[in-house]
Design a protein around this ligand. Structure first.
Ligand code: OGA
Ligand code: MN
Length: 287
């Protein structure tokens, strides 16, 4: 079956049309979808009114799923493969732990030594307006750097902190942040990573990066800020306006994303994510 697709932006993304992930899918159809995923960095599948089991089953085709030990508070109580991204209050009326998930530029689980290959986020409930997500193409951003800058950053490692206090992070000081930090020591990741499947080089950074290994925070900050600002220029970005039953699959190895707070937080925004485990990368920083 020929897959129908439509590009989402000049920088990245493709919508796959006429596919229902709850139906059996041949290896060759999945192979074509997987190729589009590698070529475009993110996939959009609309109108996927599927069960949690079907979301999980489809996700497994991309690889082994994470059980979210790095983020135990955000797990679905019955499905460890599902991570809640929701502002629905807990049954006891306390605010949801995951209501501020992703409010800064990041790539999933970069603060572990098994950063995610991909994530599949499914939209259940949306505020009346807003609640968009931004995605950036980090391979395109890398390619646009000068030869001098590429040489300068070739061997640098960025130290990724989980739950860091950064601009735009409303999690600072919460119990969730304290737990995520306790479970996850600082991890150094290469600033430039060759994609394990395509071989294409991409920047691997984000706002969880505090400093470069072997350098002070003051020394590192200007270059980290420059690279993040460069990578998130509008020409490298796609902004997704969600609809209910959208599933977005993103490649965490060559894209970053950010959840926007551009909505009325008294309205329900509820999404659920599976996380596909990636190849080992990075090392624990002790000092
Ligand atoms: C995530 C995430 C963004 C959003 O689920 O990993 O960062 O817009 N979510 O909810
Ligand atoms: Mn995320």
């Amino acid at each position: 079956m020929a897959i129908k697709m439509r590009r989402l932006s000049n920088a990245l993304g493709a919508e796959i049309r006429d596919v229902d992930i709850s139906k059996p899918m041949s290896e060759s159809t999945f192979g074509s979808i997987h190729r589009i995923f590698l070529d475009h960095g993110i996939l959009l599948l609309r109108n996927q009114n599927v069960t949690r089991e079907q979301h999980i089953e489809f996700s497994r085709r991309f690889g082994e799923l994470d059980k979210h030990d790095a983020l135990p508070r955000d797990r679905h109580p019955d499905y460890p493969e599902l991570l809640l991204v929701t502002n629905r209050p807990n049954p006891d009326g306390t605010p949801s732990e995951s209501r501020y998930t992703g409010r800064l530029w990041h790539t999933d689980l970069s603060y572990t030594t098994h950063p995610a290959l991909g994530s599949l986020l499914r939209c259940f409930n949306l505020p009346e307006v807003g609640g968009d997500t931004l995605f950036a193409n980090m391979a395109m951003a890398y390619d646009a750097l000068s030869a001098g800058m590429k040489k300068l950053i070739a061997d640098l490692h960025g130290i990724h902190l989980s739950g860091t206090r950064q601009i735009n992070n409303q999690e600072a000081g919460t119990a969730r942040q304290a737990e995520v930090m306790r479970l996850n020591p600082p991890i150094a990741q290469p600033v430039v990573r060759a994609h394990p499947e395509t071989g294409r080089k991409a920047l691997y950074l984000g706002e969880k990066v505090k400093r470069f290994d072997g350098m002070t925070e003051d020394e590192s900050r200007p270059l980290i800020d420059y690279l993040n600002k460069h990578a998130t220029r509008p020409e490298f970005v796609y902004r997704h306006q969600w609809r209910e039953n959208d599933i977005i699959v993103w490649d965490n190895r060559c894209t970053m994303h950010q959840a926007l707070a551009d909505f009325d937080e008294t309205q329900l925004r509820h999404l659920e994510r599976t996380t596909v485990m990636g190849t080992p990368s990075g090392y624990v920083v002790t000092a």
